[in-house]
Design a protein around this ligand. Sequence first.
Ligand code: AQP
Length: 343
Amino acid sequence: MENTPIAPKKRIFSAIKPTGDATLGSYLGAIKNWVSLRDEYDCLYCIADLHALTVRNDPATLRRRVLEQLAIYVAAGLDPEKCVLYVQSHVPAHAELGWILDCYTMFGELSRMTQFKDKSRKNADNVNAGLFTYPTLMAADILLYQADLVPVGEDQTQHVEICRDIANRFNGAYGDTFTMPEAFVPKFGARVMSLSNPTSKMSKSEEDANGCVLVMDSPEEIMRKFKRAVTDSDTVASPVYYDKENKPGVANLLSIYCAATGCTMESAVAEFEGKGYGAFKPRVGEAVVEMLRPVREKANELLKDKDALVSIYTDGAAKAAYLAEKTMRKVRRKVGLTERPRY
Ligand code: AQP
């Protein structure tokens, strides 16, 4: 019998910036999905600390968050033997390619990015150039590794789109250099909304801490936040049904419930038929507590051995840098930079 050649695995890149403690939004929108893809793909998962510098951070807190985020990655099921787990600033090629791609990205394109508009409004006193060129650094992150797929929450699809535009422009000018990546968005949890303001995304930088559930929150804290979650004053016998437009709070809780339990929307709605918010909200809280419990416990365990975490990210940086350098050699040659001398 003839041997059928085994196709190489497709590659995934994704990242989270440690601007705050990891949230239920980033867990459901990104990490949980990453875990489901880890065996089928060749995966690189990054802690985007350079991206975090677009806002002001307390330096010690930022360093703590990097380690904690790594512990969460591993605890969630990203096996460092199978996935490349690393810190963005440990691979300088991200910044180098980011600069080169800045020169292939138009001012008008960057001005249209909704995240830039949102963040400039929120941080009116610090609208820095990094915030503006954030999408080119993100494009560099993805293109450096020739990623096929980028698992992200819905809010990030515009960034993957601009990355494709930049890659297209570059490939058009110099011939095939970059793989064209595609966004991969989960069915449930694609956009987890704030529990206190369900028309806004749940974010690390959210002002009202009650709206944002953290992966490392205690079960009591999670339950407290869900019990306070904003719903509406519907007085019908069965107020728990999916109507995103008119009942955004309830729709958000139902989506979280589906993402946490794996059930369908139909069965979730059927389960809460005839029940009020008093029964519904704690039940969603419990589902989230049970989903996050093993992650939090394992992450706390891993955080006791800092050297082991350092060794994971050191190994990850070496693997990532090797792949990144392969792309950079091509890019430098194509844009006309002279060959790097050895020094
Ligand atoms: N609420 C969310 N729902 C679904 N997905 C989400 N993601 C983040 N929040 C939600 C996804 O998680 C990944 C990490 O994103 P990031 O931290 O790099 O950027 P972000 O989307 O800007 O996250 P935040 O929490 O809103 O950060 P701040 O407040 O600092 O700006 C991405 O895949 C994202 O889609």
